[in-house]
Design a protein around this ligand. Structure first.
Ligand SMILES: CC(C)(COP(=O)(O)OP(=O)(O)OC[C@H]1O[C@@H](n2cnc3c(N)ncnc32)[C@H](O)[C@@H]1OP(=O)(O)O)[C@@H](O)C(=O)NCCC(=O)NCCS
Length: 171
């Protein structure tokens, strides 16, 4: 298996279509990446287009995972605009396509994100996890530690409020 993670700064229509399909499929498979299933591409598209706009402005880094030449997942590094916060970034939207989950590719994707972050001189990363998903243990295996949680920050449905867990990882 030949897997690589690259930073993409220009998103053409073909890549946009793939990102939209991946994000929609991951969300509908129960992934905790900003939506609650069921979602349609029309609901994901404006959020994706805003992301692409920030990537084009250099405010976010889009990291795309390819396996044997085919796209398999992506993640985003959100850079701070504050001059006081140039030494770290927030990781968002970490996802591997549902057809390919559970094969070690999430680990490869995160390792690639860490390499991109180090190459930019970042010293540590921050991310949040939706409580009740158990996904924090995926990140803890990769060196992240929970440092806090905001009770009830995520309302996935009326009467189903989840904590938002905050994790950090030294690079
Ligand atoms: C989370 C995600 C990126 C992990 O990718 P993956 O390719 O399935 O994970 P890997 O096969 O690389 O697993 C690496 C390790 O994490 C563990 N792990 C993976 N997903 C996990 C989960 N949801 N909960 C707990 N542990 C998990 C694996 O068991 C494995 O453990 P090991 O080191 O003991 O073998 C992927 O499942 C995904 O895209 N999920 C949907 C989107 C999502 O919710 N993203 C998280 C946003 S915070």
């Amino acid at each position: 298996m030949n897997a690589r993670v690259s930073a993409v700064s220009a998103v053409d229509e073909e890549l946009r279509r793939w990102l939209l399909a991946c994000w929609t499929d991951v969300s509908n498979a129960g992934g905790a990446v900003g939506f609650v299933p069921p979602v349609t591409p029309d609901e994901v598209a404006p959020v994706l287009d805003a992301l692409i706009g920030r990537v084009e402005q250099g405010r976010e880094v889009l990291a795309v995972l390819e396996v044997d030449g085919a796209r398999a997942g992506f993640a985003v590094l959100s850079l701070s605009q504050s001059p006081l916060r140039q030494h770290w970034a927030t990781v968002l939207r970490v996802q591997v396509h549902p057809d390919l989950q559970g094969e070690g590719l999430g680990r490869v994707l995160l390792a690639g994100v860490h390499d991109l972050a180090r190459a930019r001189g970042l010293e540590f990363l921050h991310l949040t996890v939706r409580g009740g998903t158990g996904i924090e243990s995926f990140y803890e295996r990769l060196g992240y530690r929970e440092f806090g949680r905001m009770a009830g920050a995520i309302r996935v449905a009326p009467g189903d409020d989840r904590d938002e867990l905050h994790l950090t990882c030294r690079l």
